[in-house]
Each structure stands twice: as C-alpha cells, then as structure tokens.
Design a protein around this ligand. Sequence first.
Ligand SMILES: Cc1cc2nc3c(=O)[nH]c(=O)nc-3n(C[C@H](O)[C@H](O)[C@H](O)COP(=O)(O)O)c2cc1C
Length: 393
Amino acid sequence: MLNGKHILLGIGGGIAVYRVAELARLLIKRGAEVRCVMTRSACEFVTPMTFEALTGQAVHNDLFDLTGERTIGHIQLARWADAIVIAPATAGLLARLAHGIADDLLSTIMLVAKAPVLLAPAMNHSMWHAEATQRNVETLTARGMQLVGPATGDLACGETGAGRLSEPESIHDALLPLLTTHALKGQQWVINAGPTVEAWDGVRTLSNRATGTLGALLAGQAAALGATVTLIAGPGTPPTHPQVQRIAVESALQMLAACLQAGSDTDVFIGTAAVSDFRFAEPLAGKMKRGDTQSMSIDLIANPDIIAAVAGMDARPVRVIAFAAEAEKHIENGRTKLLAKHVDAVVANDISNMGASCASGWWISRDQEIKLNAGSKHIFAAAIIDQITRLDR
Ligand SMILES: Cc1cc2nc3c(=O)[nH]c(=O)nc-3n(C[C@H](O)[C@H](O)[C@H](O)COP(=O)(O)O)c2cc1C
C-alpha cells in the first residue's frame, strides 16, 4: 500500500524513540522509502546509526550541516515527502511546531512542508493532559495535522494513563488515508451543527444547550484535509475554516430542508446538531402577555427526524454518521440508533459533553465499538474523522 511513497519520519526526543525503529522497519516493509530527521534530543536516546542501518539512508539531524545542505537541503527534504510522520511527537516538539519556532532541522522543515502530517504523541500522562500541550495539539489539528494516539496503558515512567506511543501498525493504518486520499480532496461533506430554536411567540423560544463547537471543528478539519464542506449551522455555532460554506438556520424544519438539499449525492453527512424533538403547534405572533395565569399548557408537535430523513433519501450520502447524546447506556442506545436510522456509524457521547470544552465517546459501526480518544473537542473531532476515513477501506 505504501509502494514508492516518500515518508519523512521526524523523530522527537522521548523515551519511545526505540519503538520508532520498529515503525521505520514496518514502513519500509510495506514499500515506503523512508528518510529520518532526528532532533538533537532524539539522538540522546538512540544514535542516528540505528535509523541509518534500518533505512539505508543518511539520517539528517543538523540544520547547519554543509554536506547535508549540499546533498539534500532542508527545503528539498520538505518537498520530497509525500507524508510526514512525527514520532514520538514529544511535548517539546508539539510546542515548537504549534508556535512555528524554527530552531532545528525538523522544526524548520515543518514550516516549509506542504505534505500531510501525522503526529504520534508519546509522553507522561500529566504532560499530555497539561493545558499547554492540549492547546498546542488543538492548534496543530486545526491546521489539518492528523493525530494517532496517544494510547492508554503502562508508561515508561512507571505510571499508567494516556501517553503511550501508538503501536507501529496503528501508526501505519492512520497514515494510509493521508496518502491514498490526500486526504479528503474531491469529497463533499455536509455537517449539521448547533442547537435548533423553535419560536413560541415573537420573543420566546424552545432550544437546548448545544453550542455547535464539535460540528464546526469537524467542518474545519475536513476542509483543511481538502474536502468541500457545507456546514448547516444552528444559532451560536462558532466560525470555522474560511473555505467552509455556511448555511445558517434556526428551526428544525429549516435545518431539515437545508440538510436534504445540501446532503443530496454527497460523500459524507455528519449529524452533530441537537435538533429540537418538538416544536410549538401554534406559534403566536407578537408577544404573549403573562396576565393572571398561574399555570398553562402549550401543545407541542414532533419535529421530523433529520438524520433518518437524510439516510432514507434516494440520493443518500455515501456515508451517514449520526450522533447520540446519552445520559446512560451509551453503547446500547447508540447501537439501537445505528440500526433504527440505517446510518453507517453512531458517535455515542455523554450529555455532559454538551457545552464542555472536552469530549469523549464511542464510535459504533456495524462491526465495531471503539472508545474514542478523550481530550479537547479538537482531538475528539480528529479521532472521528479518522474513523470515517477508515469506513471506506
Ligand atoms: C529520560 C527522559 C525521557 C523523556 N521522555 C519524554 C517523553 O516520552 N515525551 C516527551 O514529550 N518528553 C520526554 N522527555 C523530555 C524531552 O526529552 C525534552 O522535553 C526534549 O527537549 C524534547 O526534545 P524535542 O523537542 O527535540 O523532542 C524525556 C526526557 C528524559 C531525560
């Protein structure tokens, strides 16, 4: 699958460097041509000789190496790559990349490179969860870089938690879609996001706590990966990537009409919006006066099920992904939704994610149930896009 592909392996200075030797071997075994760039710290853990012997190529580690610049300089190295894998992506390296600091060969190459980038972080779990690291990862994923891991388990420091370098096979699997689709070029994605708002009278409404953050992030990341993206946005949905076409809607009926029209004959539809289940049977004009009434009943009628309508239309998108916000039995309820609505996958998540800055959940498809990487919503969005791209293989 990697036949003839040029993979630049950027190696940061963490204890997991020794496992990257296995990764280099695997990529070569699958047909890739691998060139390694090590940071100064990486060379403290394993000598360049290991990677030179494995790849049969000179290892680059010095920005000011005259011989290196004469043979293949930093600009050519960046342009040579079909994809770049950074492993281990240390906390220090993530910080330098996020801030555009070009103080060594690898970070300088990264400012020039246009190729898709896969980050494989590895560090102590406290370093991973540190606000600074999470912010840096958000910045990098918002630029379209993809993330694999970190996995959860025993760490080299003797503690347990999120921070293990992903297995070489997982890194290889995450790399494939970046190369085969570059990454989503030519695909049309439609995403709905945010709450819907149902008017009762001229000033009062029925709505929910959804913010539209995750949908906007998904739209931004898909656009950064080359997809043509339409975002059908309920009120309050934040701004996103400048190339995303935005259709602003308010009510569930408006959202339904926009989703059916924009979603027709597309590649991927993702329903993240928290659509009001009901609307007012008889909305009022103007403003209703309170008067002396101590209690009142208002008739509500059910809104149409947007995700089921999209999944059921003749010109159905190739993939339809639903979200299920659940208070309990997340996996069970998610699977019920998957079957009832004839969608390709459901992202089941807890209602506590609504309005929060972090998110976690489960990816439920016909043959899989995967716990998705917990972290900021940027990271959650990246994990969801990764799963969607795997559906096609
Ligand atoms: C024994 C040892 C192990 C380390 N392991 C890690 C690690 O797994 N992940 C990490 O982010 N930093 C780790 N560090 C800290 C980095 O080596 C340090 O932040 C370094 O500046 C990162 O260099 P880089 O930005 O070139 O990757 C470790 C340091 C030592 C001394």
